[in-house]
Design a protein around this ligand. Structure first.
Ligand code: SAH
Length: 361
């Protein structure tokens, strides 16, 4: 009997489908794995064993599953689990670890492990590169290669978990790529991280620059995840200047979809707002932003600019950052400031370009 592939999860209509004859197992549910082992003529309970070996024991080759019969293990040797290899790893002074992971086709993606007292957060990539070309972001400067499969997203979390020898508590989809351009695989990965890896839905955050209709579509899944939207400007003219891909999708339309999302899911949205000195950090910008966000459940996360090589934006002074936050507070807008971790390892927000180092300090 020969091992037949587990179909289904690479069937989504993305043109960048990986050209692998047999789709990798990582990302499959216990029910899918049970059905698959039964197709192989094995008893159903082996599905649960397979699930345990893939997600808890981190097996990289099915031939190593010692509880399986020997002759079957030999047959399974060429079924890919879907794990990457660590190509490069660097640790910042604050303990943040940046990984360059090599995928089955040789592409490299970046993943970041961010430990704190009570948490271990992983920042995952959803694409190799990114087509959105935001002016302030290093990832966009390198162009776009392809979408990641669900196994390649789940793998990033397992890799950090194994490396830290600690359970991952939170995952933020804020690495390389635009998650809502890879919705099928991102949704599948979110579900697998929740059900198979065991991370609470509320501890999963998806960050998007906003793609027309996709936030509404996401709402229809009624996930309990946190949605973060990269706003970065309080009006369309400035937003277009910073995010060229926003041109065909006016700010009013994006905000209308966000309001619908909050109504449909009952979950507040977190708006990310990068602070670029003299560009979008003036008091009038804060007032205009507050006006945009009035009347629905939300929160603003200010991200002081992290420097990248290609552009000469500046991070505002702490006083300016505080003043901007204070205006929002006075306008009854909930606000926090994100001081990104991993700055000197080029692992902070916007600095991911899948290269080893990019020192500019
Ligand atoms: N494509 C998704 C995820 C991107 S990264 C999105 O756009 O939301 C997560 C956040 O980092 C986004 O808000 C992004 O705009 C921000 N970012 C990009 N470059 C940055 C930089 N140089 N400094 C600080 N934040 C940056």
């Amino acid at each position: 009997m020969s091992a037949t592939p587990l179909v289904s999860h690479l069937d989504s209509p993305t043109p960048e489908k990986l050209d692998l004859a047999i789709p990798p197992l990582l990302g499959a549910t216990v029910a899918e794995l049970t059905a698959w082992v039964q197709q192989q003529g094995q008893p159903g309970y082996r599905g649960k064993q397979l699930h345990d070996w893939i997600y808890n024991k981190g097996v990289r080759s099915l031939a190593d599953i010692s509880v399986f019969p020997k002759d079957w293990r030999a047959e399974l040797a060429n079924i890919p689990v879907g794990r990457s290899t660590i190509h490069y790893r660097s640790v910042a002074r604050d303990g943040t670890v940046k990984y360059l992971l090599q995928l089955a086709d040789g592409q490299i993606v970046e993943t970041v492990g961010i430990p704190s007292e009570k948490r271990l957060t992983v920042c995952v990539s959803t694409q190799v590169g990114c087509p959105m070309a935001c002016d302030f972001c290093a990832t966009g400067k390198g162009g776009y290669k392809r979408n990641l499969g669900r196994h390649e997203i789940v793998d990033q979390v397992l890799t950090v978990q194994e490396d830290f020898q600690q359970r991952v508590s939170h995952v933020v989809f804020m690495g390389m790529g635009e998650p809502l351009l890879n919705t099928d695989h991102v949704l599948a990965a979110l579900k697998s991280l929740n059900k198979d890896v065991g991370i609470g839905a509320r501890s999963l955050t998806l960050s998007t620059v906003g793609i027309r209709d996709r936030i509404r579509q996401l709402a229809q899944h009624h996930l309990q995840i946190t949605l973060a939207v990269s706003l970065h400007a309080p009006n369309q003219a400035l937003r277009e200047q910073l995010i060229p891909s926003a041109r065909p999708y006016p700010l009013e339309d994006l905000l209308a979809e966000c309001r619908e999302y909050v109504e449909m899911t009952g979950r507040r949205i977190s708006f990310e707002y990068i602070l670029l000195a003299g560009v979008n950090d003036l008091p009038e910008h804060a007032l205009e932003l507050a006006k945009c966000l009035r009347g629905f459940q939300n929160h603003v996360n200010l991200i002081p600019y992290n420097p990248i090589q290609e552009v000469d934006y500046k991070r505002p002074s702490s006083d300016r950052i505080q003043a901007f936050a204070n205006i929002l507070k006075q306008q009854q807008i909930a606000v926090s400031v994100r001081y990104s971790r991993g700055l000197e390892a080029d692992a902070a927000c916007g600095q991911l370009r899948a290269s080893k180092s990019n020192k500019i300090y």
